[in-house]
Design a protein around this ligand. Structure first.
Ligand code: ADP
Ligand code: MG
Length: 698
């Protein structure tokens, strides 16, 4: 249960002054809080910039074109004649000079009230010279001495959404700040933390009411404090999760090599050095009595599947079952087919379990699993549903790991007491991110690709060259080639997206007739499978698709991929998509069709795609271009996004947070005493409740 001291932070924002139903809706839109913004969400909405009004100057000495604050006397009002579109002007002076304040489409009553003749006023804005006279168009603040005392001289600037005025949001955030309770200091006894950090509450006050503009820069102490707290909460949650998994004793899996030997003997290739090396690491873990928790990362096409299969075979030899979980039906079916084929000579009993199985078939599979009549099961999320019981699960392999949330991984692990866990990802993850998302999970990396792979020729063309592309496709198709044609998902409207794909499909059908197939996420599963199968068999040669084919789909004969609106895809996604070709012997081509003009980032992305096919380099570049979250496509990934930390700036903090999390687990694994209580509050503050639950589960 959440400590009650945090209640004010998790109270709905609607309880704050100024937040009615209309504003509440805008806040939800701004903060992405579909279930209603809370006080904490407002507090974690950090300013992106500041307006500095500290510069006070006399009119004669004031610099031009930057914000200054002048103190002046109101001398004269020059209201425009009725019905004129001329601006309302007010003359003010301070003894060194005078300035005309200029208001277009002015509210006369407001001006008369704010600037009565003869009064002293503090006026903030930019001075400029206009026809030989100093003027200030639309001063951004006009206050008297009392108003000045209340004004933030360094004003935070927040990201906004349409309809939400800056001052309204600032006021609401100010109100949220006033609700901040006094919290225990979870860092008081930290051994690994940066020096001279303010307290958490103080840090929030500083960033929302910055004493100077530098106070909100990501490297300022207050920002470091907030980022560190968030990273510590995350690393501590990971460490607790891992400790929990480790606490359930594992099994020692030592095979006799009969099954894996038969599989190896029948392979049409020999394993690469990298594959052998990672397999050796995995086998060492399997043989050890502790539970394995290993991440196997390797670029698309690096050959992870066979490594996973040999690991699963080893576990079956040792008398237990293995499961492989993948994120989509299409992928489950594909893996099932290739694994069943590889496994055949070994006599392993391989089954498929998806959410779409017919009920009789499903019942049979479930019974066989429970009896131990199935050695290896391959499936989607369906695998960790409650109705699925294993006879004796020894190894859970989770492919394309980043698509699953932490809790899903855990749920599969929980299917077998002490089952070893191997997670695989095709998106090479830069080192910093491995630490971030997987904590101290052991990592194996496949850097070498199987021999004979050819570089994929990658070209970028503006959309208006689509005619050339189609002509080229026509001649390739005539000589038997197979091609993917990818249309983007714009997420705003799935219906529109599907319409766009269907339209492209119809247009290509005009040209290629029945050789064109279509797959997209809104199709019925069975229709999608049929379309995929037809393409795999070569019955269709052009497959129009959305990104449903992004992950893992393996049709080695496909040698062309056209990506329409390439500028809408992230770098990692482009790389994944391109990885659908270049899997066979033919020279492959990737055509990136873009809509000009390209923005800077889109241009850089396309440039990197043309230059490199090294997934690790691409992932690093992606991190650099877009900041941490997007490398893995946080949106679809279920990975925790960070609200306060910025991974590209705070990578060092991450290391400290990780070290501190380890200190904590080593000295106070059950989070007891005053420090433990403070750390529990930290976990709740950043909503890492799952980890807290594990702590209670023992
Ligand atoms: P990943 O899952 O890592 O993207 P896969 O396991 O699907 O890659 O392997 C990609 C392709 O490479 C498959 O067609 C597979 O049969 C083939 N392959 C795997 N290992 C080797 C190897 N050592 N030599 C040649 N081909 C291989
Ligand atoms: Mg794969």
């Amino acid at each position: 249960m959440r400590p009650s001291i945090l209640d004010p932070l998790f109270a709905p924002a609607t309880g704050l002054a100024g937040v009615g139903p209309k504003i509440a809706k805008l806040l939800d839109k701004l903060l992405g809080t579909s279930e209603g913004a809370r006080v904490v969400d407002l507090l974690f909405h950090l300013p992106v910039n500041t307006i500095d009004r500290r510069h006070r100057a006399r009119i004669a000495e004031a610099p031009r074109d930057q914000i200054v604050l002048i103190e002046a006397q109101v001398v004269e009002h020059r209201a425009p004649p009725p019905r004129s579109r001329a601006p309302y002007k007010v003359l003010v002076e301070d003894g060194t000079g005078d300035v005309l304040l200029v208001f277009f489409l002015a509210n006369h009553a407001w001006i008369e009230k704010a600037l009565p003749i003869g009064t002293q006023r503090f006026i903030s804005g930019k001075l400029e010279l206009w026809e030989g006279h100093l003027q200030m168009v639309h001063p951004d603040r006009v206050v008297d001495a009392e108003g000045l005392a209340q004004m933030l001289l360094v004003e935070p600037v927040y990201g906004l959404t349409e309809g939400l005025a800056p001052r309204v949001l600032a006021k609401i955030i100010g109100a949220a700040l006033a609700r901040l309770p006094k919290l225990p200091d979870w860092l008081a006894e930290s051994r690994a933390k940066p020096p001279n950090l303010p307290g958490f509450t103080e840090a929030l006050a500083i960033v929302h009411h910055p004493p100077e503009p530098e106070a909100i820069s990501p490297n300022a102490p207050a920002r470091l404090r907030l980022a560190y707290d968030e990273l510590l909460a995350h690393q501590l949650a990971l460490a607790l999760t891992r400790a929990h998994l480790r606490r359930t004793a594992g099994h020692s899996h030592k095979g006799d090599g009969t099954r894996s030997g038969a599989i190896r003997a029948a392979l049409p290739f020999t394993l690469t050095g990298a594959q052998e090396a990672t397999l050796a690491e995995i086998r060492t873990d399997l043989a050890a009595p502790e539970r394995m928790l290993r991440l196997l990362q390797g670029d698309v096409g690096s050959g992870k599947t066979i490594v996973a299969l040999l690991a699963m075979a080893e576990v079956v030899e040792a008398g237990r079952q293995a499961a492989l979980m993948v994120p989509t039906e299409v992928l489950a079916r594909q893996h099932f087919e290739s694994i069943a084929k590889y496994a055949e000579p070994s006599g392993l009993r391989v089954a498929l379990l998806t959410g779409r199985d017919k009920s009789a078939e499903r019942t049979r599979t479930l019974a066989a699993l429970a009896e131990g009549a199935i050695d290896i099961v391959i499936g989607t999320h369906a695998l960790f549903q409650e109705s699925v019981a294993f006879h004796d699960l020894g190894l859970a392999v989770v492919d394309e790991q980043h698509r699953f949330g932490v809790h899903q991984r855990l749920a599969l692990g929980a299917k077998g007491a002490g089952a070893d866990i191997l997670v695989m990802t095709a998106t090479p993850i830069p080192r910093t991110l491995v630490l971030t998302y997987f904590g101290d999970m052991d990592v194996s990396t496949l850097r070498e690709k199987p021999p004979g792979r050819q570089r994929i020729e990658t070209r970028a063309l503006p959309l208006d060259r689509i005619g050339d592309v189609i002509a080229r496709l026509q001649s390739a198709i005539a000589s038997g080639a197979r091609a993917y044609w990818i249309c983007p998902l714009v997420a705003e409207s799935e219906a529109l997206d599907v319409a766009a794909v269907e339209e492209r499909f119809a247009a290509l059908k005009e040209i290629f007739g029945p050789r064109v197939g279509l797959v997209h996420g809104k199709m019925k599963g069975a229709d999608r499978d049929k379309a995929m199968a037809a393409f795999a068999k070569g019955e269709t040669q052009v497959l129009v698709a959305t990104t449903v084919i992004e992950v893992g789909v393996d049709v080695p004969e496909a040698s062309i991929i056209v990506i329409e609106h390439a500028e809408r895809f992230g770098l990692a996604q482009l790389h994944q998509l391109r990885g659908r070709v270049g899997r066979g012997r033919a020279q492959s081509t990737c055509l990136l069709l873009y809509k000009p003009p390209l923005g800077e980032t889109a241009k850089a992305r396309i440039e990197i795609m043309r230059e490199s096919d090294d997934g690790f380099r691409i992932a690093e570049e992606d991190l650099r271009l877009r900041g941490g979250g997007d490398v893995l496509g946080t949106q679809q990934s279920g990975l925790p996004g960070f609200r306060l930390a910025e991974l590209d700036v705070h990578a060092d903090l991450l290391k400290l947070a990780r070290a501190e999390a380890q200190n904590i687990i080593a000295t106070n694994p059950r989070l007891e005493g005053a420090r433990g209580k403070a750390l529990l509050a930290l976990l709740h503050l950043f909503e890492r409740e799952t980890a807290v639950k594990l702590l209670q589960a023992g």
